[in-house]
Design a protein around this ligand. Structure first.
Ligand SMILES: C[S@@+](CC[C@H](N)C(=O)[O-])C[C@H]1O[C@@H](n2cnc3c(N)ncnc32)[C@H](O)[C@@H]1O
Length: 477
C-alpha cells in the first residue's frame, strides 16, 4: 500500500486531532470546504432568518450579516435543544466506558478552566467519524490567537504581570493535563477510547480549550427542584458566528418550545439591522485581559479595561511621599485604621490585596476608602461615615479637601510607578507596530498599549479632579 493509501485508510477510522497549523491563518477552518452551517441548522429543525448570511468580516474572521434590512424584535436564529453542544456529566451517554473516561478527566480540570471540560467533549466529537456535530465542528477555526499559543517572546511582550501569570498558569495546566490524559488513555480498548484511539497532546487540548473559551455561552441548563435553572456552558452552532460589540444589535434569549418540554436558544434583533450590517452580540462587559485570554483580541479604548495593583503598605508610602504627603503611615496603620482595612479585606489572615484602577469605577472603592482613611488622623470624622460612602468616588471629599487631594495625588504617583514598570513607552510601541510585526506580536503590543492608556487616562482624570478641588478650596477660603 502506498503511504497516501495507508493514510486514507486510517482516515476512515478517525478524524485527525492535529492540523497543518503552520500554514493556517486565524481565519481558516478545520477543513478547507466545510458543510454549509445554515443548511445544517435548518435541516436539523432550527430556524435561520432568510436574510442572515455567513460572511467574511474584514478583521474579525467570519461573522453573520444581514443581506436585507431586518426590523427590531425579529427572530434571527432559533436552535432546538439537541443542537447546542454541552458536556453533560450527569447524563450517562448510554453508560459506556467512553463517556466515563471523559467524565473522570473532566473532574481533574479546575472549575476556573471550565472551557477545558467542554473542550474534552468538543475534542471527542472532532475525533469521531460520523459525529452529529461534524458539520458544526468542521466550521470551527483551525487556529486561535489566544496567548497560550504565542511564542515565548510574545508572552513576554505583553509586559503585564497579571496576564503573564494567567497565561503561564494555563500553559502549565495544559502540559500537566496532557500527561494526565495520556495516563488515562493508555491501555484503553479502542471501543472505550474517547478520541478514537488518537493521542491527545497539549496542543490539541489547547485548541479545544480556545475553541470553547472563544465561542461558548453560559446559559440556563436544567430546571432545578426549586424552580431555578443551573448555569451551563454550551457551544451554539451558527449563533457563535456572531462577532462582539458593546453596542450589539442582537441578543440571545432562551424560551420554552411550543410543547413546553425543552428550551430553545434564540437570537433576536435588539435594534433594526440595516442591509449589509453585521449581526453583533455583546460577549460581556469584560476587560482586555479576558478578551485576549479567552477570545484572542483586544478592544481599543475599552471602557471596562483596568489595571491590577497589589495593595502594599511600603509601595503606598513611597507613592504618597512622592505625592508630597509628609510621613504617611500605610506601613504602620493605627489600630482603628487597621480595623477599617480588615473590613475592606485589605488586612487580616487572608486579605484580597488585588485592587484595580481604571474601568467604570476609576479607582476601586476599597483602595479609595483605604487611602482616605490612612491619610487622616481624624478618627471621629471617619466614624461618621459608613464604608460605602468612604468607597465612593462620587461622594466628594468626605474627609476634607486636603485629604481628598492627598488620596488622588497618591493614586497619580502609583500610576507613575506602574507606568515605569513597562519596559517600553507607547511611542516606541507605535513605532514597532508601524514597522510590521507578526500577528501575535501585534496583539501583545496592542494589549500593552491599552494597559498604559488606562493608566494615563486615570492620571488625567485624577489630575482634573485635583485641580477642581483646588479651585473649590480657593473659593471657600
Ligand atoms: C464567537 S466567535 C465569532 C466568529 C468568528 N469570527 C469566526 O470566524 O468563527 C469569536 C471570535 O471572533 C473574533 N471576534 C469577535 N468579535 C471581535 C471583535 N470585536 N474584534 C476582533 N475579533 C473579534 C475573535 O477571533 C473571537 O475569538
Amino acid at each position: 500500500m502506498t503511504a497516501s493509501k495507508m493514510l486514507m485508510a486510517s482516515m476512515t477510522h478517525f478524524r485527525p486531532l492535529t492540523s497543518a497549523a503552520n500554514s493556517a491563518s486565524y481565519h481558516s477552518r478545520l477543513v478547507p470546504h466545510p458543510p454549509d452551517l445554515i443548511k445544517w441548522v435548518r435541516r436539523e429543525g432550527g430556524f435561520v432568518h432568510q436574510a442572515v448570511k455567513i460572511a467574511q468580516d474584514t478583521t474579525n474572521g467570519l461573522g453573520l450579516l444581514a443581506s436585507e434590512e431586518i426590523p427590531k424584535g425579529t427572530d434571527l436564529i432559533s436552535l432546538p435543544d439537541h443542537l447546542p453542544l454541552r458536556f453533560a456529566p450527569l447524563e450517562s451517554d448510554g453508560g459506556d466506558g467512553l463517556h466515563s473516561v471523559l467524565v473522570n478527566l473532566a473532574r481533574q480540570v479546575p472549575e476556573e478552566l471550565w472551557s477545558m471540560k467542554l473542550g474534552l467533549k468538543v475534542l471527542q466529537e472532532r475525533a469521531k467519524v460520523g459525529s452529529f456535530w461534524w458539520p458544526y465542528i468542521s466550521n470551527l477555526p483551525e487556529t486561535y490567537s489566544v496567548p497560550i499559543f504565542f511564542p515565548g517572546q510574545d508572552i513576554k511582550n505583553l509586559q503585564y504581570a497579571p496576564l503573564l501569570y494567567q497565561v503561564n498558569k494555563r500553559c502549565r495546566f495544559l502540559l500537566d493535563f496532557e500527561q494526565e490524559v495520556k495516563r488515562a488513555l493508555e491501555n484503553l480498548k479502542q471501543n472505550d477510547h474517547p478520541f478514537g484511539g488518537q493521542d491527545v497532546d497539549a496542543s490539541s487540548l489547547g485548541w479545544a480549550m480556545a475553541a470553547v473559551s472563544s465561542r461558548a455561552f453560559r446559559l440556563y441548563g436544567e430546571k432545578l427542584p426549586g424552580g431555578t435553572y443551573n448555569d451551563v456552558p454550551m457551544m451554539l452552532p451558527l449563533i457563535d458566528m456572531c462577532n462582539h460589540n458593546f453596542n450589539p444589535n442582537a441578543r440571545i434569549v432562551q424560551e420554552q418550545d411550543a410543547g413546553n418540554t425543552t428550551m430553545l436558544v434564540k437570537v433576536v434583533a435588539e435594534t433594526e439591522i440595516k442591509q449589509n450590517d453585521p449581526v453583533l452580540l455583546n460577549y460581556g462587559c469584560l476587560n482586555n485581559d479576558l478578551f485576549l485570554l479567552d477570545y484572542g483580541f483586544v478592544i481599543p479604548s475599552n471602557t471596562y479595561d483596568s489595571i491590577e495593583l497589589r495593595y502594599d503598605g511600603a509601595l503606598l508610602d513611597a507613592a504618597s511621599m512622592a505625592a508630597g504627603v509628609s510621613s504617611p503611615n500605610f506601613s504602620a496603620p493605627s489600630p482603628w485604621q487597621q480595623k477599617i482595612l480588615n473590613q475592606l479585606d485589605l488586612n487580616g489572615d487572608t486579605p484580597n490585596l488585588k485592587v484595580c484602577l481604571g474601568g467604570t469605577e476609576l479607582v476601586e472603592g476599597r483602595l479609595l476608602a483605604a487611602l482616605r482613611v490612612l491619610l487622616t488622623s481624624d478618627m471621629e470624622t471617619v466614624e461618621k461615615y459608613d464604608l460605602e460612602t468612604l468607597k465612593s468616588l462620587s461622594v466628594e471629599a468626605p474627609l476634607g479637601i486636603e485629604n481628598e487631594r492627598a488620596a488622588f495625588r497618591t493614586v497619580i504617583a502609583l500610576c507613575v510607578i506602574a507606568l515605569g514598570h513597562f519596559p517600553t513607552k507607547i511611542m516606541e510601541d507605535d513605532t514597532l507596530l508601524k514597522q510590521g510585526v507578526s500577528d501575535s506580536t501585534k496583539l501583545a503590543i496592542q494589549f500593552r498599549i491599552q494597559k498604559k492608556s488606562v493608566i494615563i487616562d486615570v492620571m488625567r482624570d485624577l489630575t482634573r479632579r485635583v485641580k477642581l478641588l483646588s479651585v473649590k478650596d480657593t473659593a471657600a477660603s
